[in-house]
Design a protein around this ligand. Sequence first.
Ligand code: XMP
Length: 539
Amino acid sequence: MQPSAAKQKVIVLDFGAQYGQLIARRVRDLHVYSEIMPCDASAAEIAAEQPSAIILSGGPASVYADDAPKIDPAVLELGVPVLGFCYGHQIMAVTLGGEVAHSEVGEYGPAKLYVDEDAEAGHASALFAGTPAEQTVWMSHRDAVSRAPEGFVVTSHTDVCPVASMECPEKRLYSTQFHPEVRHSVYGNQMLSNFLFNVCGLEKNWTMEGLVESKVAEIREKVGDHRVILALSGGVDSSVVAALCSRAIGKQLTCVFVNHGLLRKNEPEQVEEVFTRQFDVDFIHVHAEERYAKLLDGVTEPEAKRRIIGTQFWEEFFAVAKQLEEDGRPVQYLAQGTIYPDIIESGARKTGGKASTIKSHHNLIPFPDGVSFDLIEPLDHFFKDEVRELGLALGLPEHIVYRQPFPGPGLAIRIIGAVSPEKLEILKNADAIVREELDAYNARLFEETGERNSEHSCWQYFAVLPDIKSVGVMGDERTYARPIILRAVESSDAMTADWAKIPYDVLTRVSSRIVAEVPGVNRVAYDITSKPPATIEWE
Ligand code: XMP
């Protein structure tokens, strides 16, 4: 990566936007590095990041509400170009002395935008360069800026919104009521590009290869000559972190694979094989199966399972760290493959705590008493598909890069109700059939389309064992046995998902094989719910 590229960084201040994470993503897609910070970060904290530009996201609050998130006014005085969207537009207006009014008519969805020419300058805003005078943008607001701050010009309006965008070019402050980050704003990407390259003068120089180099340098600098243990599950996220750390610090890294007994059929053997034969890393396989079985005995509540499993992970890693210390190899850091959606769904540990907890991801469970690590989480700003690209840039084998996601708490959250050895055996066997058949289906689609994640290919697929039994008939005998639920989704980042439109013949084969080959199962059902309103996993 060019040195200048390493320094270019766009900070997105997150005001709790529903699609806030998309903004950073869109900036990265334009080959400029971008990260999210909580909206209450101080100007000093933001300045310390040396941003090349700042984007203020939207957010659900009304700027005049008591608990409305504020911005440190000094952020707008840093001399760094700022672009605000929606709530970001309104907060910029009120912070600088403009006004926001509650309008009778809200604007939700597509709206016709009229770009206003600056009478003095004789041309439209730099933000709208290369876009038509009338265009469709995506709106989602009730309150609206009614008066722009002094020194600002209004650069566009809609039928109900008098200040749809405004700017103070001398101070390089720009804002829009609409959402350029959403694809439905037809010229949104052009506006973002105008801001980054014309207003801020940035260069398109962020690439995956560049990211590898800057992450490796970052890890090397942080770790120095200390030792790091890595929480390795064998999935794509932790494998990418393993490859990054191994490149950065070589033998100062020890990969720790905690086998909680809740992995898929043959998985522990495969992980050990890959990381001892294909990677030149220190590898420890911790057999924690019995400890987990005891801890989970009789536990039925999903969040309780997640808490127990996540807490025990920390205990296991801590025990390994203590052992290494006794062997004269003290550990300073724990690295793990946390990605951005994990943080969002676990309640936004690093995004200012504005999002609500959907599920506690295993790697975001708080440390138990007496356990503490300094964490290294190089992927915590990225989405799964970006992590996969990073894996390819690091030269990881495709069978690792394209592994489907598997949750840290493993099969425990796919067995509804209490976990038992008998249920685990049923689920492992049924799941192996699901994966075999849908791997083959995906491979056929890949052959036909040349695309890995083509329309209708399954992004994640697995079996779920519910806590019920039903009546069936097999060989003229009545059965009273368990059903298996097939869950298969199309997605790109797990934030949203749709059920996969698998052809009937494939579904038939999955069903008949499971019922014929897995003792204790007499029925297969297919989950046809999208996310939202459901989630991908059942617990
Ligand atoms: P949900 O069920 O929330 O899952 O739609 C979204 C994605 O996250 C995976 N998942 C996890 N991954 N630790 C993980 O590493 C976890 O605790 C966890 N819980 C869910 C899930 O498999 C899906 O891909």
